[in-house]
Design a binder for this molecule. Structure first.
Ligand SMILES: *Cc1c(COP(=O)(O)O)cnc(C)c1O
Length: 246
């Protein structure tokens, strides 16, 4: 039974559950790669720890997980300030919608921001990262919703990608990693991720090193692998169900 949080587990049981869930997700990724004729080494699973405590991050780190994802600054900043000191080598991916006024905070601890979707955010992140004397890898989040007015998940309209790419390329401290999307609800994920793959090709034509395609979550990771995803963002299938959004 993967993906089940269940009653509060004692430490060792929780670690065993996380290990089993990680193994199950790893099997899914390997099978999907095999079916698609891809090398599993091309695909990174980012374990999304939002809503789960720092103790789970430490357990995951102990199990060899290096790529972790968070979506809310007010949760991620204190959690990872705490964890960073005793788990070196973590890569923290910020995957949530990012308000401009949180850019400076996120720029202090994130290694990658997956959700750059407007020029103002490029400017705010660049200033903050430059001030902090860091560099930051960023992905352009693409909105594939059919109806612009229904979008609630963030992301740039595909027609805006070239100007975002130019702005990131012109920045002082940002490195363009590639593209990211969340498959729209009610749309065949293969179609959405196929569209993302096309857009990723357009971005790579402009910036050959921007090879990341961040797509696929617990429910649709096979489809994302089929369509060329390089990074999967997996929460529920590894950590269990989250409490409902407040
Ligand atoms: C929470 C979240 C995920 C993980 O989703 P699961 O369905 O729990 O695997 C992936 N991507 C984004 C942007 C998220 O906010």
């Amino acid at each position: 039974m993967s993906g089940h949080l269940g009653p509060p587990a004692r430490g060792d049981e929780r670690t065993a559950l996380l290990a089993a869930n990680l193994a199950a997700v790893g099997d899914r990724v390997r099978r999907a790669c095999e079916a698609a004729g891809r090398d599993p080494a091309e695909v990174t699973v980012i374990v999304v720890t939002k809503f789960f405590p720092a103790s789970d991050v430490r357990r995951l780190s102990g199990l060899g997980v290096q790529d972790l994802g968070e979506s809310r600054d007010q949760e991620a900043a204190p959690k990872y300030a705490d964890v960073r000191t005793d788990t070196p080598g973590l890569r923290l991916h910020f995957i949530g919608q990012l308000q401009t006024n949180k850019a400076a905070s996120v720029a202090r601890y994130a290694d990658v921001v997956h959700t750059v979707d407007r020029l103002k955010l490029v400017g705010a992140l660049d200033r903050a990262v430059t001030d902090a004397r860091r560099r930051l890898r960023v992905l352009v989040q693409v909105d594939l919703e059919r109806h612009r007015d229904q979008t609630a998940r963030g992301g740039a309209h595909p027609t805006l990608i070239p100007e975002l790419v130019s702005a990131i390329e012109a920045s002082q401290s940002l490195d363009l990693g590639g593209v990211m999307t969340v498959a729209p609800l009610g749309v065949d994920p293969d179609a959405a991720f196929g569209q993302l793959a096309q857009l990723a090709g357009q971005v790579r034509a402009l910036v050959p090193s921007a090879s990341w395609i961040s797509a696929g979550m617990s429910a649709d990771l096979e489809s994302a692998v089929r369509r060329g995803a390089t990074h999967l963002r997996v929460g529920t299938a590894i950590l269990g169900s989250r409490p409902p959004l407040r």
